[in-house]
Design a protein around this ligand. Structure first.
Ligand code: PMT
Length: 401
């Protein structure tokens, strides 16, 4: 598919799980996409598929043993690490993920991985209970924190007989993720100010009003921006997410705090993307002690919060302003109204009543509307994919300026 680029090298680590057979197809797809593919197999992987299969498909010798003198003189573990434009482990077992997270390098795969400077994409595949195991989840969080990329396992029938999350994604999807990670750094000149997550507006020391935003959309934008070379400042309401490695995180709680942080960062950014679900209202009165339960109905009086994006739209200052619109009805009309009223360059409208769209999930269904009135309805996709689409639009808008 990619013809006008220099030939890139994918080093593929294959570990011992039944999904090894899908790694064979992945090698075929990578070669077809003009990658040089160099495969490293663990001992466990060789119990499932022979090195000859990978060698035949990749056209390169398969590396297996760090202490094999012939392999070391012909391939060399440092040479392998240096040759990678991307390092992929698919399938990745719980064992290899645990070893990497612990800094163990006791076989060829973990040793080469330790020495590489290339981006690393890990595709876990295992039994659902292993995947949900808190130790594995802690290891995934640790590796995300230090900058490793993951492609989530999919749900379905597992070889162990269970149904659930744990299947290796289809090789086409792993290839698409590899291509996404290797995109050129087309945002290297951008300083993105991104907001994410909900606000919490306190009622008393233990209660607050908030909304269902998880922060996933904003964090996906931050990851995509970083991956494409942008400097990213992420102003985030409270979330349970790991901050993307490399982003400057400014944690906030209330809409007023978010406004303060955004206004402070605004002068030094080139574009703002407000994916946060800013609280439109806050309680007028705050009780400094826990409010007691009573027998009569309780009335909470709320006052509106300032509209942060509208305030930025009034300044503008040559920056590109991108808003989101979470709608439950009349998607396009409401989005266009917000775009106009807030003086935005683009708005991403999501119908939050649709299955797979809006709050909390890993996917979204959005329509992108720009200042010219042009709108593009996008199908269901992951928030990571949508983030890239939004950034593509941002670049297109810039080029038209
Ligand atoms: O976080 P997730 O769980 O991944 O969910 C993603 C999302 C649904 C929160 C996201 O896709 C989204 O739609 N974010 C905007 C939600 C929202 O507040 O929409 P709105 O239509 O109320 O606001 C319009 C725009 O103005 C938004 O860009 C908002 O950030 C901004 N705004 C709103 C109110 C306010 N007081 N100040 C603002 O700046």
């Amino acid at each position: 598919m990619v013809s006008d680029r220099k030939k890139l090298t994918a080093v593929l680590g294959v570990t011992g799980g039944i999904a090894c057979y899908k790694a064979v197809e992945l090698v075929r797809l990578l070669v077809k996409d003009d990658f040089t593919v160099r495969v490293i197999m663990t001992h466990g992987a060789r119990e499932f598929v022979t090195p000859l299969t990978f060698q035949t498909l990749s056209g390169n010798p398969v590396a297996t043993d760090p202490f094999d003198l012939t392999q070391e003189s012909e391939i060399g573990h440092i040479n392998l690490a240096d040759s990678a434009d991307i390092f992929v482990i698919a399938p990745a077992t719980a064992n290899v993920i645990g070893k990497i997270a612990a800094g163990i390098a006791d076989d060829l795969l973990t040793t080469v991985l330790m020495a590489t400077k290339a981006p690393v994409l890990i595709a876990p595949a295992m039994n659902i209970h292993m995947y949900e195991n808190p130790i594995l989840q802690e290891n995934l969080r640790k590796l995300r924190r230090v900058g490793y990329y993951f492609i989530e396992p999919t749900e379905g029938f597992l070889a162990c007989g269970y149904e659930g999350k744990g299947r290796l994604p289809e090789p086409e999807n792993i290839l698409a993720e590899i291509q996404r990670l290797l995109r050129k750094k087309d945002l290297a000149d951008e300083r993105l100010l991104i907001t994410a997550g909900p606000n919490r507006e306190p009622i008393d020391p233990v209660r607050y009003i908030s909304n269902r935003s998880s922060g996933k959309m904003g964090y996906a934008l931050a990851r995509a921006g970083l991956n494409r070379g942008a400097a990213v400042t992420l102003v985030s309401g409270p979330t349970a997410l790991e901050p993307p490695a490399g982003a400057r995180l400014i944690p906030v709680t209330t809409a007023a705090e978010m406004r303060r942080a955004v206004l402070e960062e605004f002068p030094s950014c080139t574009a703002v993307i407000m994916a946060a679900a800013v609280s439109d209202y806050r309680p007028i009165e705050y009780s400094s002690t826990k409010m007691k339960r009573g027998k009569t109905p309780l009335e909470l009086r709320l006052e509106p919060n300032p509209d942060i994006l509208k305030e930025l739209g009034a300044k503008k200052d040559g920056k590109l302003l991108i808003g989101f619109a979470a709608e439950t009805d009349d998607l396009a009309a409401n989005a266009k109204k917000k775009l106009r009223e807030k003086n935005l360059d683009m708005i991403v409208a999501n119908d939050v009543t649709q299955e797979g769209s809006g709050f909390d999930g890993d996917t979204n269904i959005a329509t992108i509307v720009d200042r010219s009135g042009a709108s593009r309805a996008l199908p269901l996709m992951t928030k990571d994919e949508l983030a890239d689409q939004i950034l593509d639009h941002l670049l297109a808008l810039k080029s038209r300026r």
